[in-house]
Design a protein around this ligand. Structure first.
Ligand code: SAJ
Length: 427
C-alpha cells in the first residue's frame, strides 16, 4: 500500500521512515515548508538516535518524500500535536487532529484506512469519523452504516521513549483500537508489516484511554517518590536511603524523585483524563500538583543552599528534561537553573554536555555554560538537576568539601550538606 503520514515530528517522522524502510511508498505531510524541504534533501529537523541515516537512506531510494498537502494514499497515519487549549484549564485542543482529518477527507476513497496516533482524549477517533462523514457524505462510515463501510478508522497510540524511538517503534507491543472490529483488523494488517512486538486489537475508545492511563500511571508513581522526597527533607532523612531499603520488599518498587516531571507527555496526558472525568480523578489531579510543587521545592532548597554560601560559585548540573538526552523543552531542570541565573547572575555556571549554548532565557543574566571540569574547579556549590551519566561518574574525591543539593540522588556517598538549619527552613 501507499502510506501518508501527517505530522512529521518526533513520532511522525520516525514512523514514516520505518514504514518506508519496510518497503512501502510513504508521503510525509507537514505544514512547515522548511521541514518538508529538509526531509526532501534527506536531512532531518529533530534529534533522535540513528534517525538521520535512516531518513537519508529511504529518501535516496525514493521511498519517502515530503509535501505540505495531503495526496491520495491507501493508509493515512495522523501524528499531529494535541496541546492544551489556551484557556488555562488544561483543556485538550484536538483542532490539529480535526484539521488533518479534514485534509484527509478530501482525498479519501473506498478501501482506505485512517489511523490516529496522536495522544488524544477519549472519543477523538469517533469525532474524527463524524467529521469525515459530514465532509464526505458519499462514503459509508464505520459504525454509522449497515453492512461493510467504505473506509476503516482506528486509534493506535505509540509508546516510544525519546532516545530509543527507532528501536521501540518496531519492538514495543501496540494497542490497535478500531472504531469497529473490522477497522481494527484493517489497521492490524498495516502495523504487522513493520512491528515485531505483539499487536493487540481493541476498540478505539479503550485504546485512547490506554495511552492516557500509561502516562498517568507513571506520573502518579513519580509523584509518590517526589512527595516522599519532600517529607524526607522536612524530617531530615535521606530519601534515597529510604527508597533503596523499601524497594528490597518483593512487592514495592518506588520510582526516583527528581526536580519535577518534564517532557511532553507525562505532565500533559493525565490532564486529558481529568478533563474527561473531573469528579472521578482526585488522585491523578493531586499527583500533577505534587510534581509541579516539587519544582518550586527544588528552587527553594537550591536558593537556600546558595544563600548559605555567599559569594561562592554555583554549578547547575543539567538542563535536559531527563538523563542522557538533548531535549531541553518542558524541563524542570532548565526552570530551576534559569531561576537561579536570574537571581545570582554570574555566580551561576551551567553544565550541560548536550547543549552548544544556553537557552534564550539565560541571556543577559551573566550565567555561563561551562564543562564539568571547569565547574568542579571553580564552584563550591553543586546543584544536580539531571542524572546524565557524565555527572554520575564524578568520584567523591572531586566533590568532597563542596555543598551539594542532589535532586536526582546520583551521589549516594556525598556527605550531608553543611547547613541543615537553612536547608530545613527551605524544605
Ligand atoms: N522521572 C522522574 N523519576 C522517575 C522517572 C522519570 O523524575 O523515576 C522524570 C524524568 O526525569 C522526566 C519525566 O519524569 O522529567 C518523564 O520521563 P520518562 O522517562 O518517564 O518519560 P518520557 O516523557 O520520556 O516518555 C513517556 C513514556 N511513557 C511511560 O513510560 C509510561 C513513553 O513510553 C511514552 O511513549 C512517552 O511518554 C509519550 O510519548 O507519551
Amino acid at each position: 500500500p501507499t502510506v501518508s503520514v501527517i505530522g512529521l515530528g518526533y513520532i511522525g517522522l520516525p514512523t514514516a521512515a520505518i514504514v518506508a524502510r519496510a518497503g512501502m511508498r510513504v508521503q510525509g505531510v507537514d505544514v512547515s515548508q522548511e521541514v518538508v524541504d529538509t526531509i526532501n534533501r534527506g536531512a532531518i529537523h529533530i534529534e533522535e538516535v540513528d534517525l538521520d541515516g535512516l531518513v537519508q537512506g529511504v529518501v535516496q531510494r525514493g521511498l519517502l518524500s515530503a509535501a505540505t498537502g495531503v495526496e491520495p494514499a491507501d493508509v493515512f497515519v495522523i501524528a499531529v500535536p494535541t496541546p492544551f487549549a489556551k484557556d488555562g484549564k488544561h483543556t485538550p485542543d484536538i483542532s490539529y487532529v480535526l484539521a488533518a482529518a479534514r485534509a484527509v477527507a478530501k482525498v479519501l476513497k473506498p478501501g482506505d484506512t485512517v489511523i490516529l496516533e496522536s495522544t488524544s482524549p477519549v472519543g477523538t477517533t469517533e469525532a474524527m469519523r463524524d467529521l469525515i462523514a459530514i465532509e464526505r457524505p458519499d462514503l459509508r462510515m464505520p459504525g454509522l452504516c449497515d453492512g461493510i463501510p467504505d473506509v476503516s478508522l482506528a486509534y493506535c497510540p505509540e509508546r516510544v521513549l525519546p532516545g530509543r524511538i527507532l528501536q521501540e517503534l518496531t519492538d514495543n507491543d501496540r494497542s490497535i483500537g478500531g472504531v469497529t472490529p473490522r477497522c481494527a483488523r484493517k489497521a492490524l494488517s498495516f502495523y504487522k508489516r513493520f512491528v515485531r512486538g505483539t499487536c493487540v486489537t481493541t476498540d478505539a475508545r479503550s485504546a485512547e484511554m490506554t495511552k492516557l492511563v500509561e502516562n498517568a500511571y507513571r506520573d502518579v508513581n513519580i509523584a509518590f517518590a517526589n512527595e516522599l522526597s519532600m517529607v524526607a527533607d522536612a524530617m531530615e532523612l535521606d530519601v534515597w536511603e529510604v527508597i533503596r531499603l523499601a524497594n528490597r520488599h518483593p512487592r514495592v518498587n518506588i520510582l526516583s524523585p527528581g526536580p519535577g516531571v518534564g517532557g511532553h507527555c507525562i505532565a500533559v496526558d493525565p490532564w486529558f483524563i481529568v478533563h474527561g472525568a473531573p469528579e472521578q480523578t482526585p488522585l491523578i489531579r493531586t499527583a500533577r500538583g505534587v510534581n509541579d510543587a516539587k519544582i518550586h521545592h527544588a528552587i527553594a532548597r537550591a536558593t537556600a543552599l546558595v544563600e548559605a554560601h555567599p559569594g561562592a560559585g554555583v554549578a547547575c548540573l543539567g538542563l535536559a528534561f531527563k538523563a542522557n538526552i538533548d531535549d531541553f523543552r518542558e524541563s524542570p531542570a532548565r526552570l530551576v537553573a534559569a531561576t537561579l541565573a536570574r537571581r545570582y547572575g554570574s555566580r551561576i555556571s551551567v553544565v550541560e554536555p548536550y547543549a552548544a549554548e544556553l537557552p534564550r532565557e539565560f541571556e543577559g543574566t551573566g550565567a555561563a555554560l561551562v564543562d564539568i571540569d571547569t565547574a568542579l574547579e571553580s564552584c563550591d556549590v553543586l546543584i544536580v538537576l539531571v542524572d546524565h551519566d557524565v555527572f554520575r561518574s564524578v568520584p567523591l574525591a572531586e566533590r568532597a568539601g563542596k555543598a551539594v543539593y542532589d535532586t536526582r540522588g546520583i551521589w549516594p556517598d556525598q556527605p550531608a550538606a553543611r547547613e541543615p538549619e537553612a536547608l530545613r527552613k527551605a524544605g
